[in-house]
Design a protein around this ligand. Structure first.
Ligand code: ARG
Length: 460
């Protein structure tokens, strides 16, 4: 079966089969069928409004395209055949169905501006879906933080026990990362939602087209002002690939902690059976495969970003076929992030938090030593001196198998006579956490403020 190529007039031989397979983008750009048809409908309406084609031809094209869309969606028309891409498929089917009017659709247009439009429309829609998933995740994290605003855990630096915090505060750190992802996504969408249609092959057209009308019909916020840029700009795809890479970075860091927290060494959480897997040989195993896969798939997102930037870096203006490589990369990033987000929120929602173990870890490791130093500082001892005294006390405790809580007042006073009975209150874990109400701190008031900020941001 040989479908006539769009450029058949100029050529004497048909394309070699292997070259055709190599050249075609239909297997992966078919997912843009809806956007391709919507773009063509807007273009045809504009052509008719401007008197570039007749009203009758315009109507026949719109009707024909609407029928094709319906048939694809109802499974009556499958996207296959020896077409170079989704654009030639749709145009080919249209012409098969409505004859000559179909051949007028491509007036004042090229596949170069057509494909640039289709990707923008497709990705715009994907951005909206990802926005919904991100918001759902942020809300899940905020609600979990609310529930654990008083759950004391050990905070780490260098993965060494550092200072007492709450699990709520820890979770909120991720909520803020995801909020920034949301903000970046929306910002990227702004530059994406601009119409390149009318740039034509590269130089615009002599036909009296109305580019703003097409943009308006498609719900776009403006037009690309330079036709060469219009057909060769894929910044929006690279930007999105970066936004998604950073989102994956955040998901991956969160995953890493989840994996650590459900290890026997930590036992801070237990993932629900429905989000864990077992081992084929070790009966005791319960693995955090979902989190591991999210961490692992982050590599893909980075790879796609580098692939896109590399494809673009050496391209002369304007369109080059290299640009066809944009789609698989950015589609894969979009799919990866959507799939990761779709499992992440329910994984968090269903996990069990082991407050006792969190508390136990917080009670060991002298994580209230800074609070001891702050206590002495409040009593007038310079902080640097207070820090040194507490260091000596910690060393003494380690040597004698004691903790700051079990050290007697007499022992404390051997190091400084500024110590009084109220030192025990100062180093009490709950107190240590409760008093850190500086903006952004781990104290209850501060955590409540953070939850409020996150929830408010979600309403925008
Ligand atoms: N399949 C092509 C792409 O994805 C569409 C544009 C083809 N344009 C051309 N002049 N061959 O980039």
């Amino acid at each position: 079966m040989s479908t006539e190529k769009l450029w058949a007039g100029r050529f004497k031989k048909r394309l070699d089969d292997k070259a055709n397979d190599f050249n075609t983008s239909l297997p992966f750009d078919m997912r843009m069928y809806r956007q391709d048809i919507e773009g063509s409908i807007a273009h045809a309406k504009m052509l008719a409004l401007q008197g570039i084609i007749t009203v009758e031809d315009g109507e026949a094209i719109v009707k024909g395209l609407t029928g094709i869309l319906e048939d694809i969606e109802r499974g009556r028309l499958s996207i296959e055949g020896e077409y170079e891409d989704i654009h030639s498929f749709v145009e080919g089917k249209l012409t098969e169905r409505i004859g000559d009017a179909g051949k007028r659709l491509h007036t004042a247009r090229s596949r170069n501006d057509q494909v640039a439009l289709d990707i923008r429309l497709y990705l715009r829609n994907e951005c909206d879906k990802i926005e919904g998933l991100l918001k759902d995740l942020i809300l899940t994290v905020a609600e979990l933080a609310e529930k654990h605003a008083d759950t004391v855990m050990c905070g780490y630096t260098h993965l060494q026990r550092a200072q007492p915090i709450t699990f709520g505060q820890h979770l909120l750190a991720y909520a803020f990362m995801f909020l920034r992802d949301l903000d970046r996504l929306r910002d990227c969408r702004k530059r994406m939602n601009i119409s390149p249609l009318g740039s034509c092959a590269l130089a615009g057209t002599g036909f009296p087209i109305d580019r703003l009308k097409v943009a308006e019909l498609l719900g776009m916020d403006g037009i690309c002002e330079n036709s060469l840029d219009g057909v060769s700009d894929r910044d929006f795809a690279a930007e999105l690939a970066f936004v998604l890479s950073l989102t994956m970075t955040h998901l991956s860091r969160f995953s890493e902690e989840i994996i650590l927290w459900c290890s026997w060494e930590f036992k801070f959480i237990e993932l629900d059976d429905s989000f864990s897997t077992g081992s084929s040989i070790m009966p005791q195993k319960k693995n955090a495969d979902i989190a591991e896969l999210v961490r692992g798939k982050t590599g893909r997102a980075y790879g796609n970003l580098i692939a896109l930037l590399t494809v673009l870096k050496g391209l002369p203006l304007a369109y080059n076929k290299d640009m066809q490589e944009d789609k698989e990369a950015i589609f894969d990033s979009v799919d990866t992030v959507k799939n990761a987000l779709a499992v992440f929120a329910p994984m968090l929602k269903t996990m069990k938090v082991n407050k006792e173990n969190m508390r136990k870890a917080a009670a060991e490791g002298f994580i209230n030593a800074t609070d001891g130093a702050d206590y002495l500082t409040a009593k007038g001892i310079p902080f640097r001196t207070a820090y040194k005294i507490m260091g000596e006390i910690v060393a003494y405790c380690i040597e004698n198998g004691k903790t700051l809580e079990t050290l007697s007042l007499a022992e404390y006073r051997k190091f400084s006579d500024a110590f009084e009975a109220d030192v025990y209150q100062a180093i009490d874990l709950d107190q240590c956490v409760a008093k850190r109400n500086s903006r952004g701190g781990t104290g209850r008031e501060s955590v409540n403020r953070q939850i409020e900020i996150v929830k408010k941001a979600l309403q925008q």
